[in-house]
Structure formats: structure tokens, C-alpha cells
Design a protein around this ligand. Structure first.
Ligand SMILES: *Cc1c(COP(=O)(O)O)cnc(C)c1O
Length: 466
């Protein structure tokens, strides 16, 4: 009955309206916006005309050419947004996962960035004088309050903060213990960052053991301007190891007129030991132990947007701020607003409530088990299993938190893992003991139902792909 309907309309309406040609829609768009017609515009115009043809066939009234042209542009805009990387559910159990975009932002940070992006703001305009003022300082004021530093600076990322700080050595040397000459990830190596910053690298100590005395010689002969300490980040050493005490090392450096720069990497404001993890050093502790500058990232354990945070002595921070490279490393206004909002949450003591990274760290195994039970209920082949989650982001290497999640039985675990990643949203898990495991610690509770549906689809797709 339905399939015959168009024929009936045809027979009854002598002059059925026809949609405009794709060429006419494109001609209007070209005239209006002065645009050429890239491929995307042509295919969006085709789709809009096709839609119009179907609407007319269904008996709707023809729409003006202008309305069709508007629709083409709306389609294009939607298409541009679709081209962004697909959304993923992080079921890896790695809280700060670099390949999944590191920290998900707190809601307050998202709102702050959106407002900053949408409207003009007093970013560097003095309210009273109407003249150019100091660039928006809220994030830096929060950093000062959170760490006890004299001053602070926000740049584009942690590597930029480190390079800027090391640049204070000028042509003199930067001393680094051999156990700290690490590769951070993505091929970025500390020795190369130091050299690219224009400084000379002096290595001291050995891979497993470095003592305060090892720094003495290059400091005594005045070659070195900076002692750089680097958080070993993504690896841990055990056994016959020794590292210098930060306060003793700082005292030695200062006696010889050198500065101490401490690259903390993750830079937690909360004590991770309170959550059953090892203790991750905090920026405040390192400043108290004599570091002149401490650098860390905004999107690791701080839990906000990508940024590089520098805290320390006022005179040094002022020199960094005046460095022309600081301009090249400057974050944009939306990032700055989001960093300020994230730091504001830390300062208000709301981290474990409002900052996703800390909410995930603070979630108890009992809560995770209850959620895993609910997701697994009635899902064939799914078992609730105890797991271990990691903080990630180069913090606390080797330390894990007890967690719960699902283990999925499948003919081929590899195939199921791929099917999960191919879904929409992509679900990213891991294989353990030949089974796909999905850790709920890194999944937001609001995503649980969606995760369950995605598992059901992936199981079907993986079985069908044989
Ligand atoms: C992550 C890290 C960096 C680099 O920070 P980004 O924000 O990724 O640029 C530098 N040093 C250490 C020790 C790190 O862990």
C-alpha cells in the first residue's frame, strides 16, 4: 500500500513540484558567501536537494531556495563537528590516559571555557583605567594560594614550562642526575629538552644511585646555573637505588649560587596516600624543600585542561614572564579560564566531588562493585571481576587502586576488543588472562547504561565478523 502511494499522487497532481537543481543551490551559495564550491559543499547541497525531493514526493510544500541554501550550510557545519575524533568510553582503568585526551574537564571548567570562548571578557583590560592591564591573573592567584609560592605562571603545557624554566641557565650548564634522564613519552627526552632550551647538560651519578655529593663538582667550578630534578614519571626503580634528598640538594645548589628547578610532571595538590596509593610529591612540598621553581602539567593529576604550571620565586617567575618564548607558549583565553576554574575547585576543597580525575581516584571498590553488578546483570558472558586501576599520566608508576569491572567471555578476545573500539561511542578496554576486561573506575556512572548497550552491540559484531 505504502509503496504505491507516490504513483497515486502522480496520477492526481498534474504538475508535481520539483526540487531546484543542485547547481542552482550552489550558485546561490556562491553569490551569497563568495565561497567556491569545495567537495563538501557539493555533497551537502546534493543531500539537501535529495531531502527536498523526498519531502515534495510526500506532499509537502516546496521550500524557498534561500531555506535550502541555509540547510546546506547547517549540514556543512554539523559535518565539520562530526569530523572531530570519536567519543570514547575509557574502560582501561588508567585514570589519566594520554591517548584518550588525559583528564576529562570538571563541569565548572567546561562552563568557564565556553563563556570565555563565546563572549568578550576583561582578559587584559583594566576596569578602572580602560587601558591594557595585566593578563587575567585568577589562575595564578589560585596557584599561589595552593602551593605557598611567591608567584606563578601558566603556559601551554608541562614541556613548555620545563623548557622555559631550564632556559634560565642561559649558556651555562644544567645538572641532571643520570637516574632522571627519562623519556616522558611520545619520544620527548629530558636531555633533548635541555639542549633545545640552549643550555648545556651535565650528567651526574649513575642510573640507579645518585647522591648529593655527585652534584658538588660541577657546582663548585661555577659551570652550572641550574640543578634540574625530574620526576621519573612513567617508570619506577627498585632494589639497589638511591636518590638525593631534595632539601640537602637545594642547600648545596644555593651555596654555589645555582637554582633548583623541579619538574614534577603530574603535580598533585591532594595527598594520594590518603586514597591508598603511594605518596606523589606535591608542588608545595618541593617548594618547602628549597626548589626555586616547580613545573607540572594541568591535565594530569591537577585534572583540568592541557597547561603547564610554574610556581616559585617571584623574581624568577617575572623573568619567565618577560621571556619572549613565554609569549609563544601562552595558553588561549578559554584554556586560561578553564585552568582557573579547575584550580578554584582545588582551592575550595571540592576536588573529589567536582574534578573527574579525583572523583575516580576517590571512588571506593564497593561503589564500583555495585555498578559492575548492575551493568553485568542479564548480560550473557559477562562476569564481575576485581581489577587494579592506575592513575596514569606519569604519576605513581606501578601503584594501583583496587577496582571492579567486567570480564567478557568471547570466542576471540582480540576481535571483541576491536569491535568495542569500533563502536559509537568507542569503548576502550584491555585484555587480561585472555579475556576482555572493562574497568568501571574510569567510566563515569552516567555512562553505565550506554556502556552496557555498546557491549551488547560489540558482542554481536564480534561474533558476526567470524
Ligand atoms: C608529563 C611530563 C612532562 C610534560 O608535560 P606535558 O604537559 O605533557 O607537556 C614533563 N615532565 C614530566 C616529569 C612529566 O611527567
Amino acid at each position: 500500500m505504502r509503496s504505491r502511494q507516490p504513483a497515486i499522487i502522480d496520477a492526481m497532481t498534474p504538475t508535481r513540484p520539483r526540487p531546484p537543481s543542485v547547481e542552482r543551490v550552489l550558485a546561490l551559495l556562491r553569490a551569497r558567501a563568495g565561497t567556491r564550491a569545495p567537495e563538501a559543499l557539493v555533497s551537502a547541497a546534493r543531500a539537501a536537494v535529495g531531502d527536498e525531493r523526498r519531502r515534495l514526493a510526500a506532499g509537502d510544500r516546496p521550500r524557498p531556495l534561500e531555506a535550502l541554501a541555509d540547510e546546506v550550510l547547517a549540514r556543512l557545519a554539523a559535518h565539520v563537528a562530526d569530523a572531530f575524533p570519536s567519543r570514547a568510553v575509557n574502560a582501561t582503568g588508567v585514570i589519566v590516559h594520554t591517548n584518550l585526551g588525559r583528564a576529562p574537564w570538571p563541569e565548572a571548567a567546561i562552563r568557564a571555557a565556553e563563556a570565555a570562548a563565546r563572549e568578550p571578557l576583561l582578559l587584559e583590560l583594566d576596569r578602572e583605567t580602560g587601558r591594557r592591564g595585566r593578563r587575567y591573573r585568577v589562575a595564578e592567584e589560585h596557584l599561589v594560594a595552593l602551593t605557598g609560592a611567591e608567584d606563578a605562571l601558566v603556559v601551554g603545557n608541562g614541556a613548555a614550562a620545563l623548557a622555559l624554566a631550564v632556559g634560565l641557565a642561559g649558556r651555562k650548564a644544567v645538572i641532571v642526575g643520570r637516574g632522571e634522564l627519562v623519556e616522558i613519552g611520545g619520544g620527548v627526552r629530558i636531555p633533548e629538552v635541555v639542549r633545545r632550551a640552549g643550555a648545556r647538560l651535565v650528567e651526574v651519578g649513575t642510573t640507579n644511585r645518585t647522591r648529593v655529593e655527585d652534584y658538588e663538582e660541577p657546582l663548585r667550578d661555577g659551570r652550572a646555573a641550574i640543578v634540574l630534578r625530574v620526576h621519573p614519571s612513567n617508570f619506577a626503580m627498585a632494589g639497589f637505588v638511591e636518590a638525593p634528598d631534595p632539601a640537602e640538594l637545594a642547600a648545596l645548589a644555593h651555596r654555589h649560587g645555582a637554582l633548583v628547578v623541579d619538574d614534577l610532571g603530574s603535580g598533585a595538590f591532594l595527598d594520594t596516600a590518603a586514597f591508598g596509593l603511594a605518596h606523589e610529591p606535591t608542588p608545595a612540598e618541593r617548594l618547602a624543600a628549597g626548589a626555586d621553581l616547580v613545573t607540572f602539567s594541568g591535565d594530569k593529576l591537577v585534572g583540568g585542561p592541557q597547561a603547564g604550571l610554574v610556581v616559585g620565586r617571584a623574581a624568577l617567575v617575572a623573568r619567565l614572564r618577560r621571556d619572549p618564548l613565554a609569549r609563544a607558549m601562552r595558553p588561549d583565553k578559554a584554556t586560561l579560564a578553564a585552568v582557573a576554574a579547575t584550580l578554584g575547585l582545588h582551592r575550595a576543597g571540592l576536588a573529589t566531588r567536582e574534578i573527574p580525575v579525583w572523583r575516580m581516584i576517590a571512588t571506593t571498590p564497593g561503589e564500583l562493585r555495585a555498578r559492575a553488578d548492575a551493568v553485568a546483570a542479564g548480560l550473557s558472558g559477562a562476569n564481575v571481576v576485581p581489577l587494579r586501576s592506575a592513575t596514569g599520566g606519569g604519576s605513581l608508576p606501578g601503584a594501583t587502586l583496587p577496582s571492579f569491572g567486567l570480564a567478557l567471555g568471547a570466542r576471540s578476545a582480540d576481535r571483541l576488543l576491536v569491535a568495542l573500539r569500533r563502536g559509537d561511542p568507542a569503548v576502550v578496554g584491555r585484555i587480561e588472562d585472555g579475556r576482555v576486561v572493562l574497568d568501571l573506575r574510569t567510566v563515569e556512572p552516567r555512562e553505565d547504561a550506554e556502556l552496557r548497550a555498546a557491549i551488547e552491540r560489540a558482542v554481536v559484531a564480534a561474533e558476526g565478523a567470524r
